[in-house]
Design a protein around this ligand. Structure first.
Ligand code: NAP
Ligand code: GCO
Length: 269
């Protein structure tokens, strides 16, 4: 019986591209896909960062292949995907993970800054998905996983660009499902809750006087699990959505948020 489920969740002989996976959530997801058998390709924005990441992957016993590429640059993306196809074969699994956030009150946010977040968090996944889809269509199989957010569903002050991008990414996920499902391509999203990475470090850092960051207590109260998530909390959901176990799951956003979206939050004591 175990071998049946090993097969169902196996990624053996599959090539995975995880964007922005030199650290953080992308690194955690890439490690999980590797442990399920996938060949791991990732991109970063510099050889130096890629070299550090490759060493970190090796420390996990994983041979990962790094490519220098800015996901907002169509030429760089086309070259990266062509290089991956030449080195390893067509991309079977794409995780659109690369992303930025800018926390600025909307009235103080320049349109150029809003545009930069949309460029990276929404247009980047569009560009990279477009680059890998032809190979998936040819193979009549493929998995695309877009890393969405609670902000695909909720807003909050200072993250207008990010919420707009992640809301759009939810709908891009559904559109790829609708347009390519007939080629046995499944496109789903993962919506992480508040995860302890460098992106959320400013929300957890102690205040100048050494007192806890009020946002830290706010999130713990909003999260039924009463803790911040960790990249490892995303490992199982990512392997599930990348594997044959999810071949009839398409256009869904799987929230991995410790229950935030389901709860009004604990009343203050
Ligand atoms: P992170 O630590 O800031 O990592 C983001 C990664 O994306 C970095 O490797 C970064 O590369 C890369 N990147 C940024 N812009 C890029 C570009 N134009 N081209 C290529 N790579 C680029 O963030 P994280 O917390 O791991 O988040 C990863 C993803 O999860 C993001 O999409 C984020 O929106 C999403 N997410 C995060 C949380 C959370 O609570 N942390 C929750 C929900 C969703 P550099 O190292 O070169 O900057
Ligand atoms: C913020 C956080 C969130 C998380 C995540 C939640 O400033 O509110 O950065 O946006 O990163 O997206 O799912």
């Amino acid at each position: 019986m175990q071998s049946y489920f090993n097969q169902l969740f196996s990624l053996e002989n599959r090539v995975a591209l995880i964007t922005g996976a030199s650290h953080g959530i992308g690194f955690g997801i890439a490690c999980a896909l590797a442990k399920a058998g996938a060949t791991i390709c990732f991109n970063g924005r510099s050889e130096e960062k890629n070299a550090k990441a490759i060493a970190a992957y090796q420390a996990e016993g994983i041979n990962a292949y790094g490519y220098v590429c800015d996901v907002t640059n169509e030429e760089e993306v086309a070259k990266m995907v062509a290089d991956i196809e030449a080195d390893h074969g067509c991309v079977d699994i794409l995780v659109n993970n690369a992303g930025i956030i800018q926390r600025t009150p909307m009235l103080e946010m320049a349109a150029a800054d809003f545009r930069k977040v949309i460029d990276t968090d929404l247009i980047g996944p569009f560009i990279v998905s477009k680059a890998v889809l032809p190979g998936m269509i040819k193979k009549n199989a493929g998995k695309i996983i877009n890393i969405c957010s609670l902000m695909s569903e909720l807003g909050r002050e200072t993250v207008a660009g990010y919420a707009a991008a992640k809301g759009g990414l939810k709908m891009l996920t559904r559109n790829i499902c609708a347009e390519f499902g007939e080629y046995n391509i499944q496109c789903n999203g993962i919506g992480p809750g508040y995860i302890a990475t460098s992106q959320t470090a400013p929300l957890r850092e102690k205040q100048p006087d050494g007192s806890p960051n009020p946002f830290d207590a706010f999130i713990r109260a909003k999260t039924p699990a009463n803790r911040w998530g960790l990249p490892k909390d995303l490992e199982g959901p990512a392997v599930f959505l990348a594997s044959p176990a999810s071949d009839f799951v398409n256009g869904q956003i799987l929230f991995v948020d410790g229950g935030i979206l389901a709860s009004l939050g604990r009343t203050p004591q």
